[in-house]
Design a protein around this ligand. Structure first.
Ligand code: 6PG
Length: 241
């Protein structure tokens, strides 16, 4: 394992199991530190599925997180929770249910309404339940091979728009409506961890860490670098070692 400071945050390069253990440890630490509440926003896509399977198979969720954390996702697709494309639905089926997390600790996006209403509702319910001052205690993100993160895609109207809400909806060309954490939500999060695995991300990881900020959406993490941890496996880090 190697670890170094970068402009985009603390970069940890290791094998997948070491990365998964680090993320599990982080979940425990944020829960232990939490005085009033602990909300963990899991990432979407396919990367977390391997992490969920590993956590459940090895019983790796720390007790503090098991007892104290509330669970949601950092972005969501406008599909039913029952869909295989649902970020929260997958997290619930693959991690939360197998670990016996109580229903009242789950905080899915309200995808049963239209995207604009869902964003409004999520912001309102968040403020009522967790307060309007702090977003995630731990925000977990992924990175697409186009350099997007959460549902902040290249050319997104949300980027640099000064949106004050923690969460917003956005129509993504070719992908339909999405719900996502905003830059304001990231700025109000206590810790941000982005996990990137697989050789198909190697080229993008190289350009993200070497091209000027503002080229890719994921580079917005530079604005929160002291609170950001990159967990990158050896395949995805092959061109920046
Ligand atoms: C989503 C995600 C998205 C994801 C990246 C990486 O809803 O798709 O939140 O930002 O993290 O696209 O996805 P993979 O892990 O599938 O490569």
């Amino acid at each position: 394992m190697t670890e170094r400071e970068t402009a985009l945050g603390d970069l940890i390069i290791a094998d997948q199991e070491t990365l998964f253990q680090h993320l599990a440890d982080q979940m425990g630490k944020v829960a232990e530190k939490a005085e009033d509440r602990c909300v963990i926003g899991l990432t979407g896509g396919s990367t977390p599925k391997k992490h969920y399977q590993w956590m459940v198979a090895n019983g790796k969720l720390p007790e503090a997180a098991q007892q104290k954390a509330y669970w949601t996702t950092s972005d969501e697709r406008m599909v039913p929770l029952s869909s295989d494309d649902s970020n929260f639905g997958n997290a619930d089926r693959m991690l939360l249910q197998p670990l016996g997390i109580a229903e009242e600790r789950k905080f899915p996006w309200p995808v049963e309404v239209d995207a604009h209403s869902a964003a409004l509702l999520h912001n309102r319910k968040w403020a009522e339940r967790f307060g309007a001052q702090r977003c995630f205690d731990l925000c977990v993100l992924g990175m697409g091979d186009d350099g997007h993160t959460a549902s902040l895609f290249p050319g997104s109207p949300l980027l640099g728009a000064g949106v004050m809400d923690f969460f917003a909806c956005v129509e993504v060309p070719g992908k339909g409506w999405r719900l996502t954490v905003t830059e304001a939500g990231l700025d109000a999060s206590r810790a941000i961890t982005i996990i990137v695995t697989g050789g198909n991300k190697a080229e993008r990881i190289k350009t993200v860490f070497n091209q000027p900020a503002g080229t890719y959406p994921v580079q917005i993490l530079e604005n929160y670098a002291p609170r950001v941890t990159w967990l990158v496996d050896e395949e995805a880090a092959a061109l920046i070692q």
